[in-house]
Design a protein around this ligand. Structure first.
Ligand SMILES: Cc1cc2nc3c(=O)[nH]c(=O)nc-3n(C[C@H](O)[C@H](O)[C@H](O)COP(=O)(O)OP(=O)(O)OC[C@H]3O[C@@H](n4cnc5c(N)ncnc54)[C@H](O)[C@@H]3O)c2cc1C
Length: 327
């Protein structure tokens, strides 16, 4: 039996791909799985990613993958969903939806989060284009425009106040349920933010460009965008299966470098942190890769492996050498 892979990565967004790049450069044998549901896939452009500001999410992935192809010890498995993770003698055992089994010494979970847009009929048509959640990602393009903020909670109020940094044309649309206390309402109006409390019946626009919010009563509200407070759910089922006590609603708080309490298990990207930007996810992936490689190096040096890493890396380039372990 040949050795298991050095690192298995689940998730091919900025975090997972960036980790793969660093590990490929460290000549580690890596297999990355990606189910293709990157969080920003419906967006037109990525804002705030140095050197890629304004690039489409699709182009970012295309360029990343093109660059990763230069590293012969990396393999990417697109469209493969990992459904279970178990500890095993060599480290970790993953099983795909189609029943394939893979072994790796270390595991990086970079599975991101899932978002739920506001419960408005036809919201899906505009989600990621005119229905947005992150002022830092999309606020600049909406500067000085007419923006509505969805919800009647304190979180919605906080988002509306935050957006005053981008525009003064703001309206909180509470969709029939406003929990704001009198002092909070006064704060809204002192900040020049109007409030519409009627239930929302739908959104109207041209293509995916949002133009109006429709209410059960009263006039439509002309808007350029609708922001909402996203409560993204971290995709941490695999980490939980491996014994991590991770909250279903929140990203996992990891120690530095994405380390977790489970030895050899790392979590990076949106699944692991509260600053959820693509460039931060990429940075976290790179940092986790550094820590993983350091850990592997220590083990390799302590364990006097029979074959040197350079030999293993060469083997990985040869098609007849399948480094994947399949049970
Ligand atoms: C509408 C929208 C717009 C955004 N715009 C911006 C922006 O302009 N600028 C910015 O910096 N950030 C933006 N973001 C945030 C950005 O998308 C995230 O910060 C970034 O994608 C996080 O990267 P990640 O690698 O952690 O996760 P993701 O990019 O979400 O990638 C995770 C990947 O893991 C895969 N996966 C999950 N589970 C499994 C499994 N079991 N098996 C196999 N694969 C799996 C998923 O399918 C997915 O492809 C936006 C987010 C949204 C929702």
């Amino acid at each position: 039996m040949s050795a298991p892979l050095d690192v298995l990565i689940v998730g091919g967004g900025p975090a997972g791909l960036s980790a793969a790049l660093m590990l490929g450069r460290a000549r580690r044998r890596v297999l990355l799985f990606d189910a293709g549901q990157q969080r920003n896939r419906r967006s037109r452009r990525i804002g705030g990613f140095l050197t890629r500001d304004g690039c489409s999410p699709r182009d970012l992935l295309r360029i990343s993958r093109q660059q990763l192809r230069a590293y012969p010890t990396l393999e990417l498995r697109d469209g493969v969903e990992i459904v279970s993770a178990k500890p095993c003698a060599s480290g970790f055992q993953l099983r795909s939806k189609t029943g394939e089994v893979f072994l790796g010494r270390k595991l990086l979970v970079a599975t991101g989060v899932t978002d739920s847009p506001p419960p408005i009929p036809n919201v899906e048509r505009f989600y990621g284009r005119g229905v947005l959640h992150c002022p830092y990602c999309d606020g600049y393009e909406q500067r000085d425009k007419s923006i509505a903020v969805y919800g009647g909670s304190t979180d919605a109020l906080a988002l509306a106040l935050e957006l005053t940094g981008w525009t003064s044309r703001l309206c909180l649309v509470s969709d029939g349920l406003c929990e704001l206390r009198p002092a909070q309402r006064r704060r809204l109006s002192a900040s020049g933010i109007t409030l519409r409390e009627e239930p929302i019946t739908g959104l109207k626009g041209r293509g995916s460009q949002l133009e109006r919010i429709l209410f059960a009563r009263g006039e439509d509200l002309p808007v350029d965008a609708l922001f909402f407070h996203a409560k993204g759910q971290a995709r941490l089922d695999l980490a939980r299966e491996l014994g991590l006590d991770a909250d279903r609603r929140k990203p996992l708080k990891t120690a530095g470098y994405g380390k977790t309490r489970v030895p050899g298990l790392y979590v990076a990207g949106d699944a692991s942190n509260h600053v959820q930007f693509a460039i931060v996810a990429a940075g976290e992936g790179a940092a986790a890769a550094f820590a993983i490689n350091t850990e592997l190096l220590k083990e390799d040096i302590a364990g006097s492996p029979r074959r040197s890493r350079a030999v293993l890396a060469q083997e990985a380039c040869q098609p007849e050498t399948r480094l994947l372990r399949r049970a």
